[in-house]
Design a protein around this ligand. Structure first.
Ligand code: ASP
Length: 641
């Protein structure tokens, strides 16, 4: 067939995430030669800012039965004999095969000679996603047929031979970005979903970031990577734990919510600086974007204070930050818990946009508007407000308790009140003010939620408020040590966990007014998401016992091992854990942490591929002395994601 008649394959097909895979390796658009693939030696001291891991180029073909990946050939390879292995992404008109592997796509030209008719027939009949090895020669694409969107788009491989390594059966979905598939289907056939360039990118980026974190912590700063047990026991406070049967009648292990106690024990054991890529387990049922098992970058240090831990984490994130995501500024700003609640109504504010909550109580002290007056007369009553720029399209209608509908309160506002409002909120034409009157905490929480909902609505109408390319890190500090329990506000629970130390300035209040004690707890927030949290710990046994028994009303006997350890020469210590899944999801712009986990559970905590959790027969339960108490009604509900 004449060259000019050949269809140009792949235009448009190669756009999108495939080049990103290369970018993540820092290799985009370059013709990669093996000579520069040596890992660069690590610096023994952190270099001056910006502190970023040196980029290394691994040898992607070492040990493999191929000479090159499907993403690396370029004009410099023209004339070379190569062997590529991969999956058949496209096959067209008996002329081309597009071969895919983790690194990209290469166009293969099927030989058209009569002597190769048998090979051609086999290849043409081969189902997509079959696995083949191709040997051939790298040749330039004919004039005018280069695909500049594609890293390998200037060349193709003239096939000499092909080996069918495995035929593929008919698949439930095609491995193409444009083919939409439900999340349930993606999870059921996760091994297929993992072939997508987006999943490949996310998992590779995850691996690279963890690698750089290890380098930073262990090689540059002397942290010790210690694996702590995952069979542990039930401990007080915190999230619900997964229970694991043991063969001792009535005795159970629990999967740890985090290695918290172990990392403190490691400090008492003199390890000085600990780090672990730690798997944590929380049986929290169906919560959006939570996983029953998830990963933390878990850190603990002896002889440390808050400021130094914050600095360590800023350095860690800067060092491991993906180059293609631009620079991040350190130090990260900080905000007190009180200020966050006051201005944003939440303890994890998204500071990429304004719409801060302001207090307008004073200007309504003498108002004629009765519901405002009533709100102000209550203890802790307040009138709070947000101003939504260009929010004129939002419609707020109130259904009164008497059943009548009411719109704005504007006709009841005096001129004086209007001009004060303009002054306080700097309202412009087309803006909307949303006002909440009532208990300070409730009014603020409501406005905090409305602020985010308004942002959602405005963004659905094309206004960009939260640029996904901007990464606003923020420390939240000075949390209260205790909060009233949600189900019983008379009792206290820890705002972080029971091991968190009180703020040194408030320590005396712990015995008199524990509700007023601030803690040495800090959270790291990124674009409105909590991505980490930690604290300086209580290292004094008496204080720890007092907090557990007297304030939290917990059975301190369950923690006798920790109390004894604290009494055995525990150094002052503190730490933090970063939520790796959430951090990754924000970096890659994934809407769910499931997209950065290789084998996530569904919304209901199930593995839709293997169908875990699964039944165990009564005989198998016997050694555990367990019998199932079957509910009278059982629903086999469909898990959609
Ligand atoms: N263990 C804590 C958590 O999982 C983090 C810490 O305090 O270091 O939230």
């Amino acid at each position: 067939m004449a060259q000019a008649a050949r269809p140009v394959l792949g235009l448009g097909l190669f756009r999108g995430p495939v080049p990103i895979v290369l970018r993540s390796l820092g290799l985009r658009g370059t013709c990669r030669s093996r000579s520069n693939r040596q890992a660069q030696p690590l610096q023994s001291h952190p270099p001056r800012r910006p502190v970023r891991a040196p980029s290394t180029e691994p040898d992607l073909n070492s040990f493999a039965l191929r000479t090159h990946t499907c993403g690396e050939l370029c004009t410099a390879h023209i004339g070379q004999e190569v062997r590529l292995c991969g999956w058949v992404q496209y096959q067209r008109q008996g002329i081309f095969i597009v071969l895919r592997d983790f690194d990209g796509l290469t166009q293969i030209v099927i030989p058209q000679e009569k002597s190769a008719a048998h090979l051609k027939k086999i290849l043409c009949e081969l189902p997509l996603e079959s696995v083949i090895a191709v040997t051939g020669t790298v040749i330039p694409r004919p004039p005018g047929q280069a695909n500049l969107e594609m890293p390998t788009g200037k060349i193709e491989v003239q096939m000499q031979n092909a080996e069918i390594l495995n035929r593929c059966r008919k698949l439930p979905f095609e491995i193409k970005e444009l083919v939409k598939k439900s999340e349930a289907l993606r999870m059921q056939f996760r091994y297929l979903d993992l072939r997508s360039s987006q999943m490949q990118y996310s998992l590779r980026l995850r691996s690279q970031m963890v690698m750089k974190m290890r380098e930073y912590l262990c090689n540059l700063h002397g942290f010790v990577d210690v694996e702590t047990p995952t069979l542990f026991k039930k401990t007080p406070g915190g999230a619900k734990e997964f229970v694991v049967p043991s063969m001792e009648p009535g005795k159970f292990y629990c999967l740890p919510q985090s290695p918290q106690q172990f990392k403190q024990l490691l400090m008492i054991g003199g390890l000085d600086r600990y780090f672990q890529v730690a798997r944590c387990y929380r049986d929290e049922g169906s919560k959006p974007d939570r996983q029953p098992e998830f990963t933390q970058i878990d850190i603990e240090m002896s002889f440390i204070d808050q400021a130094r831990i914050r600095k360590l984490i800023e350095g860690l994130i800067e060092y491991s930050w993906p180059e293609e995501k631009g620079d991040i500024d350190t130090p990260f700003p900080s905000m007190t818990y009180a200020d966050a609640m006051d201005s944003y109504g939440v303890d994890k504010p998204d500071t990429r946009f304004g719409m801060k909550i302001v207090d307008v109580s004073e200007m309504f002290r003498n108002t004629e508007i009765s519901f405002l007056r009533n709100a102000l007369s209550c203890p802790r009553g307040a009138i709070r407000m947000i101003s939504v720029a260009d929010g004129v399209d939002l419609t707020f209608v109130t259904l009164q308790p008497d059943g009548t509908w009411k719109s704005a309160i504007s006709k009841f506002l005096t001129d004086m009140e209007k001009s004060q409002l303009c002054h306080i909120t700097n309202i412009q034409k087309g803006d909307v003010l949303i006002l909440a009157a009532g208990d300070w905490t409730k009014a603020n929480a409501a406005l905090g939620k409305l602020r985010l909902e308004c942002a959602d609505i405005l963004e659905s109408r094309g206004v960009t408020l939260r640029d996904p390319g901007i990464f606003n890190f923020l420390w939240i500090i000075d949390f209260p040590l205790f909060l009233p329990k949600e189900d019983n506000p008379e009792e206290f629970e820890s705002a972080h966990h029971p091991f968190t130390a009180p703020h040194p300035d408030d320590i005396h209040l712990i015995y008199t007014e524990p509700n007023k004690v601030r803690s040495q707890h800090y959270d790291l927030v990124l674009n409105g998401n909590e991505i980490g949290g930690g604290s300086i710990r209580i290292h004094n046994m008496e204080l720890q016992k007092y907090v557990l028994e007297t304030i939290l009303k917990e059975d301190s006997g369950l923690l006798s091992h920790l109390l004894e350890a604290l009494d055995s020469g525990a150094p002052p210590h503190g730490g933090i854990a970063l939520g790796l899944d959430r951090l990754l999801a924000l970096i890659v712009g994934a809407s769910s942490i499931r997209d950065v986990i290789a084998f996530p559970k569904s919304f209901r905590g199930r593995d839709l591929m293997s169908k875990a959790p699964d039944y165990v027969s009564p005989e198998e339960l016997n050694p555990y002395h367990i019998q199932v108490n079957w509910p009278t009604e059982m629903h086999e509900d469909n898990d959609k994601s």
